[in-house]
Design a protein around this ligand. Structure first.
Ligand code: GSH
Length: 281
């Protein structure tokens, strides 16, 4: 669903590029990275998710699902981060990569599990105040997101976390296998949109202590591409250092208790111990 008719008709009058985004949202990060790569400036509209700014009627008139990012290019509204980055790449002559249908679609599909793992292994570190949750429940119109937040508050069942870890690991193993021929980038010899689509996911999982030693080609790919200035300016510089410290501390605590991400799904049960072959390779 690349371009949609905005409920807020004033968007159709906007000139240039406008991005509604949140500093540490992975979907926003990939849009900022492509904008940095093609060297395009944009009008930045920050949405503070902590303060529920995505629950305002004004924002839900921009993005019908009340999530970030939303993007306007000369009056055309585009939602869904993968559609947005494809649009920016196409309109700026940037390579989509040799397998956009596979690699971009898989990055898109990985989003739901990334969200669940983020909430479980990072956001649980700092529960939102009761009144913020109540306001979210009252004002947000996205039934799926409300259900997700309510499931999170009750505690996700272990099987649900295991499933998300398992699918994420399978995705990482596929990427690792693709890189096994020594190619520097996910699509081959050229840095492309596929790399951009996956960068925030790897960054996010690193924050929760994901055992990337199990997928060494992917780990090396990330170490390589994270030298790009777009990673620095569009992702790292937008991070809130208090939040990242809180995440680090929380990850340490869970590791000490044996409840960190490495204890779920196929990562658990000794599969991660040195020399062992990960499942489903
Ligand atoms: N499929 C959408 C997902 C958008 C999404 O879930 N955005 C997150 C941030 S990455 C969000 O706004 N979350 C708000 C919340 O969890 O309350 C996309 O790729 O743009």
């Amino acid at each position: 669903m690349p371009a949609i008719e905005p409920k807020d008709k004033s968007l159709t009058k906007l000139q240039g590029l406008h991005l509604w985004h949140a500093p540490m949202s992975s979907c926003s990060q990939r849009v900022r990275i492509i904008l940095a790569e093609v060297n395009r400036s944009y009008n930045s509209h920050l949405i503070d998710l902590e303060k529920n700014e995505h629950t305002t009627q004004a924002y839900q008139n921009i993005h019908p699902k009340g999530v970030v990012p939303a993007f306007v290019d000369d009056g055309t509204l585009i939602i869904e981060s993968i559609d947005i980055i494809k649009h920016i790449a196409r309109s700026n002559g940037f390579s989509l990569g040799s397998d956009p249908d596979g690699l971009l679609a898989s990055a898109d599909a990985a989003q739901a599990d990334l969200k669940l793992l983020t909430y479980e292994f990072l956001f649980r570190a700092k529960p939102r105040p009761v009144e913020v949750n109540a306001a979210f429940e009252r004002d947000h119109q996205n039934a799926w997101l409300k259900q997700f937040r309510s499931d999170f508050a009750k505690g996700f069942p272990k099987e649900r976390i295991d499933g998300a870890v398992s699918r994420t690991f399978e995705g990482f193993q596929l990427l690792d296998k693709g890189l096994a021929d020594g190619r520097p980038y996910l699509s081959g010899q050229e840095f492309s949109l596929s790399d951009i689509a996956w960068m925030p996911n790897i960054h996010r999982m690193k924050l929760m202590g994901w055992p990337f030693e199990l997928t060494p080609n992917l780990r090396n790919w990330f170490a390589h591409i994270s030298h790009r200035s777009s990673y620095q300016t569009a992702l790292l510089e937008w991070q809130n250092s208090n939040a990242t410290k809180t995440f680090e501390k929380y990850t340490e605590q869970r590791r000490a208790m044996g409840t960190d991400v490495a204890n779920f799904g196929p990562l658990s049960g000794g599969v991660v111990s040195p020399g062992r072959v990960p499942l489903k390779q």
